[in-house]
Design a protein around this ligand. Sequence first.
Ligand code: FPP
Length: 254
Amino acid sequence: MTQSTWHEEKPVHAAIIMDGNGRWATARGMPRIAGHREGVEAARRVIEVAPDLGIRALTLYAFSADNWKRPAPEVSGLMALVEYFVRREVERCERQGVEVLAIGRRDRLPRSVRAAIEEAESRTRRGTRLTLRVALDYSSRDALVEAAALAGPDCASREAFAYALASVQGTPGRRLPDVDLLIRTAGEQRLSDFLLWESAYAELHFTPTLWPDFGEQDLRAAMRVYRQRNRTFGGLDPLPALPAAYNGSQRRLA
Ligand code: FPP
């Protein structure tokens, strides 16, 4: 099996920066929150189809630590939507084997959002078909600083650091999954402080589609492109098998 077919078989961790909700709503003369509401439905579509496409972990960027800078009504609207989404989806997730986890700070979230998350985490903890991580009040750089403090000067391996990072991100004891495929919608091409450590070798996929319009076909297209990427992780492709009558000069000419 060559390296490029090898990763076709490997379960994928996809992470999505769900951008363009505001533009979607504004283009329709609607309030921005209407775009976020449609964004929830797009998230549902993606969660539904992800396991069938070989995705075993999916991290959605729902609210960044910098999103607190938005006007208060948008922030409270977003928090209400997150709570609505988590409460509405928990039963389906439980039934479909989807484990729900939140990453990010919890202490600044409204109490009812925290409670909804904790209930979802506890009810879905046996799910094995898909791990759905919702990034909330999330800043990768803040998490890295905190993890460095927690890991301390004697931290001797990437593995040990990764556990410290999982711990400060709200999922202690969990193995931190590397991101294989990072998708950002709405034509922007930035990481916006999202999963910086985990995305060290992520394949990046940018699409002009606004998040509320994103659906199964868009995810399939992203996965198709991903499957065609040649991932060598800084190494080299394995050389094709050499002909039986190989000699050094043939090799140089090839
Ligand atoms: C970016 O669009 C989107 C967000 C800041 C919020 C994303 C949140 C949701 C889709 C709702 C919650 C979802 C889940 C899965 C819990 P933007 O507002 O920056 O769009 P713009 O760039 O067009 O203004």
